[in-house]
Design a binder for this molecule. Structure first.
Ligand code: HPA
Length: 258
């Protein structure tokens, strides 16, 4: 049994979420991990009554591109600090027609198109070979909490979706997005993997909270501009933060994955 009061909830903020307003900050920790240095300090604080540890995935200020993030250091540092339930906030492109700018999605599946990233803790001198069950890449109990709170808040959101993790840092071509759509992807993002797999390897309850910031390549008549992305971030991040605030207390009660 874990200590339900003390267990901190981890939040990894992505593009548009390098700091978490509303977090009553109690400290900052520079964590080195066996895999190197995480993207940012771990900021500890209280969101409502819930202890939270916040990490800025791209650094603070935002400077580390998706393919150069040390995902292993980030996940290990949060684990070492006691995090067993972790929410990754991801800015994404919308492939599904219902998933336009400022839409929130809580994906239930993913497809990994990334390459060359260090995506496992199981390497080097091992006692045994381990293959984790990754049939359901996201924590269903954590997803259920987000869905319940999003409904309660009256948000317009998608409770399912397939996240396609692309390599970046460039955006995709229109043909790549058509290919991903045929594969069944609803969303395209650059940071969902290997984060989800690493969290699963450590037995964490991991969930992704996606904010659509643009229609994916070829899905609208206009070019994708950073100004439009920024506008969608400004419009949508308020709802994301509200949803996080409403959900963390529930996350804090979850047990580690079997
Ligand atoms: N594709 C991949 N990643 C993204 C996008 C996109 O269109 N928008 C924001 N992150």
């Amino acid at each position: 049994m874990q200590n339900l009061v003390e267990q901190p909830v981890g939040i990894i903020g992505g593009t548009g979420l390098t700091a978490l307003e509303g977090l009553q900050i109690t400290g900052e920790r520079n964590m080195a991990s066996a895999w190197g240095t995480p993207s940012s300090v771990l900021t500890s604080g209280l969101l409502g009554q819930q202890r939270v540890l916040f990490l800025a995935r791209h650094g603070n200020p935002h400077r580390i591109p998706p393919h150069q993030i040390n995902y292993r250091a980030n996940i290990q540092a949060l684990f070492d600090a006691g995090v067993r339930t972790l929410v990754g906030v991801n800015a994404v492109g919308g492939i599904h027609p219902d998933m336009g700018p400022a839409h929130i999605a809580i994906p239930d599946q993913l497809i990994d198109y990334t390459w060359g990233r260090k995506g496992t803790f199981f390497e080097g001198e091992l006692d045994k070979v381990t293959h984790i069950d990754f049939t359901w890449p996201y924590s269903e109990p954590a997803r259920a909490i987000l869905i319940e709170q999003a409904q309660r808040l009256g948000l317009i959101f998608s409770s399912h979706g397939v996240y396609g993790a692309t390599q970046g840092p460039r955006l995709e071509t229109a043909a790549e997005i058509r290919c991903m759509e045929r594969d069944g992807c609803d969303l395209a993002g650059m940071t969902g993997m290997p984060e989800a797999a690493l969290a699963a390897e450590l037995g964490m309850q991991y969930v992704s909270l996606c904010l659509v910031v643009n229609y994916a390549a070829g899905k609208s008549d206009t070019a994708i501009t950073m100004a439009d992305i920024q506008r969608a971030l400004d419009d949508g991040m308020i709802a994301v933060k509200t949803l996080l605030q409403a959900s963390v207390a529930g996350f804090g009660t979850l047990q580690a994955r079997a």
